[in-house]
Design a protein around this ligand. Structure first.
Ligand SMILES: N[C@@H](CCC(=O)N[C@@H](CS)C(=O)NCC(=O)O)C(=O)O
Length: 207
């Protein structure tokens, strides 16, 4: 398997899943900062021009965080990355989708790329403010969801934790946004996992 990633991008969560699973994989850098997602070779492989993208051993490419995460979980059932019961599974998917579709795509996209929401320079601060509001509301929900537990769903690391890992890396480590104490403790617990330490170091955020 080969993961197309960019350092610190949402691909960080899939990188963590691969490391947790422990099967051989390789990384291929798509440096978003230099526009490598639009390089002809990458566009040919992934016309969406996004990361993460996972090239599987049968040479097929899988895109979209929730789909990649679910495929990794279901093809490695021994790792228990998805709860076995239906209610646990849908609650996990519900949270993955909330992180990706709302907090990331609606919230952080407004902070990373306000120009995609308004081409008018003077409107871009309002776009960022709307993004911060979506994130603040989302974090209230995440705080309630986590409570004082170490994992988002049940008592085991799941794909929901992988999504929260990249999201909270942006919230806490990159943007230094204030979060409730339970989210801080939860994120520190995730970061202490050997797999998390390795992927952060591999992507240049070690130590
Ligand atoms: N819906 C996609 C979102 C992927 C996405 O937006 N990735 C960002 C990095 S976090 C990206 O590749 N951005 C490059 C660009 O928009 O040019 C998913 O779930 O994987």
């Amino acid at each position: 398997m080969k993961l197309f990633y960019s350092p610190g991008a949402c691909s960080l969560g899939i990188h963590l899943l691969l490391e947790e699973i422990g099967k051989p994989y390789s990384l291929s850098l798509v440096d978003l900062k230099s526009g490598a997602q639009y390089a002809p070779d990458y566009v040919k492989l992934n016309p969406k021009s996004k990361v993460p993208a996972l090239l599987r051993d049968d040479d097929t490419l899988l895109t979209e965080y929730p789909a990649i995460a679910m495929w990794l979980a279901k093809s490695n059932p021994d790792k228990k990355l998805l709860p076995a019961d239906l209610e646990g599974e849908v609650r996990t998917l519900e949270l993955v989708d909330y992180v990706v579709a709302t907090l990331h795509m609606q919230g952080f996209s407004r902070l990373f790329r306000p120009d995609k929401f308004s081409s008018i320079e003077s409107e871009q601060e309002a776009v960022r403010a709307a993004g911060r509001e979506i994130i603040a509301k989302g974090l209230e929900h995440v705080s309630k969801q986590i409570g004082d537990r170490s994992y988002a769903i049940g008592d085991h690391f799941t794909i929901a934790d992988s999504a929260l890992f990249y999201l909270l890396f942006w919230v806490i480590d990159l943007f230094k946004i204030e979060v409730p104490a339970n989210i801080k403790t939860y994120f520190e617990g995730l970061k202490a996992r050997p797999a998390a330490r390795k992927v952060l170091a591999d992507e240049g955020f070690g130590g």
